[in-house]
Design a binder for this molecule. Structure first.
Ligand SMILES: C[C@H](O)[C@@H](O)CC(=O)C(=O)O
Ligand code: MG
Length: 412
């Protein structure tokens, strides 16, 4: 029986995280963690949930962009979409008029991500599977047919991508069993947001260590003296055996990044994340080259707006860790392209997940990457139910809806 999408709703949902500096970094000093939250509904009464992450003001613009795309979705059946998912991806990203405001970047790509995340969620739910399982059990040819290879064939052709997936079939069931038993390793960013006091950092770090965390990310970039103090403090607390990463959220120029990170090298960070503009591929290449002798890699991706950018970062050896983002790229379709390119270029994938819903969504993608693509992993349990884990508690959506939700009314 066909499932025709008859309705799409989108809401602006915001959490006032800036009040306590949760999520703060060197560039986003007052983020209110937010989402444009999409629900699609079929004529059979089934729903699919999708979202894209934002940080407060501006969410209303993403909501408008989702509304602009909705006419391309409503009226289509799920079967029609997934029988030519590449074509549907193109329909959304290559609309003769709307592509001018992208293409495949910025607000319109965030909106594409929210809509397509809802479609993938609907597809997984209609199959009664969590998204990762839908992907892992899908025929490799079908998976490939969901990817738009336009602009990336100089780095990865369809045939090569299929070959990578077919090769990774070996040992797949073992990896599924291992993941169900052990889960996939994760890192925490929650102890060391830039606006946190040293006292709070210490307390959160102690709690995280007690909970078994072994990998910690610290925000840096605003003040070198503060960074030295905070990195020294956290390194002392976690010991030499645990992993430290640092994240500057695009704060520096290229030369400044090299000098600053060199000053923090004694704390042995595994990577510096987003040292400079997310669009500066050659700048990232220069930073990578300068920091390699110090054993520090460059990570980026949370604001890397499409597969074409990732392609060039990989071709230019400008990053050592690929940070896919479930809501920045054009949903699962575009993330599949990036996972496969990263595998071809032998660069590990460590997803970005600081934001509403991102941890929930990206766990599906990294499980797929480990089981069906890279077969490489570095160990923390994860819990997943049906779909793409995008559904929010309706009570929470209503309380936080901007500006009419109770939480926001109280703050006015
Ligand atoms: C504004 C966000 O909290 C950002 O700082 C998240 C981020 O950079 C990360 O999780 O990495
Ligand atoms: Mg980051």
């Amino acid at each position: 029986m066909t499932k025709t999408i008859i309705k799409l709703t989108v809401r602006d949902v915001r959490f006032p995280t800036s009040l306590e500096q949760h999520g703060s970094d060197a560039m986003h000093t007052d983020p209110d963690y937010s989402v444009a939250y999409v629900v699609i509904e079929t004529d059979q009464g089934m729903q699919g949930y999708g979202l894209t992450f934002t940080v407060g003001r501006g969410t209303e613009i993403v909501v408008c962009a989702v509304e602009a795309l909705s006419a391309l979705v409503v009226g289509k059946s799920l079967e029609e979409i997934v029988s030519d998912f590449r074509g549907f991806y193109r329909l959304l990203t290559s609309d003769g008029q709307m592509r001018w405001i992208g293409p495949e970047k910025g607000v319109i790509q965030l909106a594409t991500a929210a809509v397509l995340n809802a479609v993938w969620d609907l597809w997984a739910r209609s199959e009664g599977k969590p998204l990762w399982k839908l992907l892992v059990e899908m025929d490799p040819r079908k998976l490939i047919s969901c990817i738009d290879f336009r602009y990336i064939t100089d780095a990865l052709t369809e045939e090569e991508a299929l070959d990578l997936l077919l090769k990774a079939q070996t040992g797949k069931q073992q990896r599924v069993d291992q993941m169900l038993k052990e889960g996939y390793p994760a890192y925490t960013t929650s102890c060391a947001w830039l606006g946190y006091s040293d006292q709070l950092l210490k307390q959160l770090c102690t709690d995280a260590l007690n909970d078994g965390w072994t990998k910690f990310k610290v925000k840096v970039g605003a003040d070198l003296k503060d960074d030295i103090r905070r990195c020294s403090l956290i390194r002392q607390m976690i010991g030499a055996h645990n992993t430290l990463m640092i994240d500057a959220n695009q704060r520096w120029d290229v030369g400044e990044a090299i000098t600053w990170v060199t000053r923090l090298a004694e704390y042995k960070p595994l990577w510096i994340e987003e040292p400079t503009s997310p669009d500066d591929i050659l700048g990232h290449a220069a930073i990578s080259k300068a920091l390699a002798p110090l054993g520090i890699g460059v990570a980026t991706g949370e604001q890397c707006h499409n597969r074409v950018m990732f392609k060039q970062f990989l071709q230019a050896s400008a990053l050592q860790f690929v940070q896919i983002d479930s809501c920045r790229l054009g949903s699962v379709n575009e993330n599949l392209a990036v996972l496969l390119m990263a595998h071809k270029f032998k660069v590990p994938v460590c997803p970005h997940a600081g934001g509403v819903g991102l941890c929930e969504l990206v766990q599906h993608l990294i499980l797929f990457d480990y089981i069906s693509v890279s077969a490489k992993y570095n160990n923390d349990p994860i819990i997943i139910s049906f779909g793409y884990s995008c559904e929010m508690l309706e009570s929470s959506v209503q309380t936080h809806q901007y500006p009419q939700g109770q939480v926001w009314k109280k703050l006015q």
